[in-house]
Ligand binder design. Sequence first.
Ligand SMILES: Nc1nc2c(ncn2[C@@H]2O[C@H](COP(=O)(O)OP(=O)(O)OP(=O)(O)O)[C@@H](O)[C@H]2O)c(=O)[nH]1
Ligand SMILES: [Mg+2]
Length: 391
Amino acid sequence: MKLVVIGFGQCGCRIADEFARLNRRARGQRGIEIITGAFAVNTDAADLSGLTCIKPDYQHRILIGGRKTGGHGVGKINELGAEIAREDGDKVIDAIRTAKRFFETDAFLLIAGSAGGTGSGALPVMTQFIKERYSDKPVYNLIVLPFAHEETTEERTIYNSATCLKSANSVTDAIFLVDNQRYVRKDFSLRNNLAKINALIVEPFYNLLCAGEEKKAKHIGAKMLDAGDIIQTLVGWTVIGYGKSQLPLFRFPFGISRNFRKKSTETHKGIQAMDEAISELSLKCSPMDSGRALYLITAPAREVNMDLVKELGDYLKDIASEAIIRNGDYPRERGSLDITVILSELNDVEKVRKYYTKSASFIHETKKRREEVASKLKGIEEASRDIPSLL
Ligand SMILES: Nc1nc2c(ncn2[C@@H]2O[C@H](COP(=O)(O)OP(=O)(O)OP(=O)(O)O)[C@@H](O)[C@H]2O)c(=O)[nH]1
Ligand SMILES: [Mg+2]
């Protein structure tokens, strides 16, 4: 599957940059292209120049709202991010058109952090623009939810997230939800290592996007997973996960290893990798809530057999019993068995629901506070009534 990837704001741009890096890897290791264009859009000029893989010209690193912000960002006001996107959105549309291999694109992926100003505001507006302009291609979002500490220290975090999620959900075909906090669970030092988190966020897309683009017979599985399968799977709230099991590199000759025990080891390794993919999903959710799911097995061809495919299918059906499940296998590198899982069409996402409820009370409280401030200001003004002015 080939994507046009567009990042908005600091978070979105850096992750789009990571997708551009993924494409270099696909080209270098596998001789295929998975990204037909990678763009970074920001109100902050310094952030744009800090990227490494996205082409450095103004057609790929696009500064918007220069006149309004002086190139210094919108300071968390996502209404301003949205307004600027409405005014300068044409710049982005024009740039997309110039992408050399645009005609090969299967879908768009627009990326942003929900808690900031630029990305949070621009993402839904641009999703709407692009959908109107290219009605024949699906437009997906990848939205990064804030760290827990940001939610407690900055009220605007939750409000921005709620407005971004609600607006995006009303226009996009599907939203990949990614919770920053999930990536610091095991390794707290990651909180300060955004580059590492970004690499972990895009990793599950590598095999997923490559599988359908393979041309060499030896890398085409018994059941190839292509853009059509992915597009059929992606609807509404979506999460993605990835798990890996190491396989022994060395094999006994003469087929000694092809015995009963060996087969069950493969299945065991497969289940282990799928277990990891499910517990490492990009956001905590209940698989039972998903209406569509997908799994991709990437492993050496000789490791993938009907038993394994069936066992993994049964496993996923057990935990996501309401979902229509699609699957594929991708004969690839030696030494590991990788599983990519997507759960889509989720009918409930606790975290999103919480943002909505918390932000409804935030709106109420802000209104109350604003009224209090206004009445205090009125008091001080009245007290100054008899004081002469020097102006
Ligand atoms: N995973 C990840 N999250 C990030 C990164 N940069 C920022 N974030 C998160 O994204 C959220 C929004 O921040 P930014 O992307 O900096 O905001 P912005 O869109 O540039 O908006 P303004 O700076 O307010 O104009 C915050 O919750 C951050 O924790 C990043 O590189 N990776
Ligand atoms: Mg910024």
